[in-house]
Structures are given as C-alpha cells and as structure tokens.
Design a protein around this ligand. Sequence first.
Ligand code: FES
Ligand code: FES
Length: 163
Amino acid sequence: MPTLTINGRSMSVDAANDTPLLWAIREQLQMTGTKFGCGAGLCGACTVHVNGEAVRSCQTMVGDVAGKKITTIEGLSAKGDHPLQKAWIAEQVPQCGYCQSGQIMQAASLLAKNANPTKEEVVAHMDGNLCRCMTYSRIQKAIMRAATEMRTASAAGNERRHT
Ligand code: FES
Ligand code: FES
C-alpha cells in the first residue's frame, strides 16, 4: 500500500503501484478539486505538482511518486488565497470552471520559477491546458496580474527587512 505525501500530509492509498495518481486523489482520497478530463495527458485538467513541477496526474503512477511532495489545488494555499486564486477572482476567469484548477496549478509552477514572465512565456507554459469555454485571454491576464502582485509583495517584504 503506497504512502503518499499530499499537501503536507502522509496518506496511505490502497492502490497498485501502476494506478494513476489521479484515481488515488479523486476516488480514494476524495480530493475532487483535481479533475478528470481526457485521461490521456492531453488536456491538463488533472494537473498537480510533484516536487514543485506541474505534472498530469492521469499519466503519473502512484508508485512513481511515493516519497515525493505532491500538491493539489486544495493545498496550493492554506486559505485559498494564493495570488493566482485572488487574480482568478479579480479577472472573473472561470466559465464552467472545469479546467480551472488544472490551469491554476500549471500557472503556479511557472510563477514559482519565473517571477516576471512575458506574455509569450505565459502562453507557451499554458499551451497544453485546454479550456472548452475558451477563457484563455482571461487566464493570461490573471497570470500577469498575479505575477505583478507577487513581485510587489516580495519587494515590499525586502524593503521591510532592510529598514
Ligand atoms: S485528464 Fe489528465 S491530461 Fe486530461
Ligand atoms: S472554464 Fe469551462 S472548460 Fe475551462
């Protein structure tokens, strides 16, 4: 029975090593923020982080992530107030919402590494996350807004530390 570390908690799952992580997250652990879209690595609805990298959980096997740090949308921020989540609300991004947790997790992996992405970098990074409702322009605006907010917060923190 593999033990997974999800959102900082250790959880045992009754699953074979070749079970997709998505099934363990949704069916066994009842963490339904992560969505099942295509099941074939083509849509990004199932995106979670493994050691900070965005991965497709429908294509990631439970046995390959035991001992690694898994983060789902439920664990992105303790209070649900990650700058991306706030920007998503400010820009009124979702329509049906189905793809959006995957979109946010994909975007979060970009901003963790690149605090000041260009629009082209955002588009390239988000390329594999599909939205049937075509919310792409609002997704891009929200990512740019969150990046600005994160840089502003970081600069303010640095200033406080040096005064
Ligand atoms: S459900 Fe995993 S990529 Fe579509
Ligand atoms: S908001 Fe409906 S699929 Fe993206």
